[in-house]
Design a protein around this ligand. Sequence first.
Ligand code: GLP
Length: 270
Amino acid sequence: MQVILMPTSEHAVNLVAYIISEKLREKPHLVIGLATGRTMIPLYKRLIEMHKNDGLDFSLAVTFNLDEYIGIPPDHPGSYHYYMYNNFFKHINIDPRNINIPNGCAIDIQTECKRYEEKIKDFGGIDLQILSIGESGHIGFNEPLSSMFSRTREKSLSPVTIEQNKHLFPNPEEMPKRAITMGVGTILEAEQCVVLVTGKHKSDIVAKAVEGPFTAMISATALQLHKNCTVVVDEEAGEKLTQKEYYKWIFENEPEWSKYRELLRRNILI
Ligand code: GLP
């Protein structure tokens, strides 16, 4: 795992957008795992700008979203189908046939989860998985005690997650208590993971996820096992990390970050 500390949330978002755009330019058929939530909204805005202003082409890209609520239709304003369409997909040139989001209204949820896993495999697996970390420490909707080997399945949402997300529903009481989520095992199979976390309210959970002991109580700690995982945080979210100086040294000195150092120096990351 690598941790990159950026001075502001704008820098953090823009760095992740650059990483995605480079991968996509290198491999137009990129299979991208996508996340939802407040953290991702500025990232999608930046990618839309890159599409409109710099010709970033999504026409061959394939996407798999991490999760979806169970029991609300795709046109419900709280659903992740609605979120993804309105915050991202309708603004870019992605082929709708290449968009994958679990169907939370499937009659047989178990079969739907199995279908989703198989489809990821059919596409050769996820090349680049974008993630954030929820306040309960979840990735996707892998709530405390999720098995580190879990696959796409139905999961009950924790009280912390319900509290975190219910205000995103026009009527908070309508927030479903269950969701379909890729499993921790599914996420760990992605070729590369990039985790974006911003804001002071995430500083405790970021410190636990990155530097704390590996535990099923915090599914994000599983990312410590991943062979190629980069956590990008702003100063506020990284505030409680104990090895900040080391992480800064890595960004300042490792050759793989040299082009991004240059972007930062030229103020292109804001
Ligand atoms: C949500 C999603 C996660 C997301 C996380 C963070 O509930 N299931 O995929 O990364 O929680 O949300 P936010 O960015 O709003 O803090």
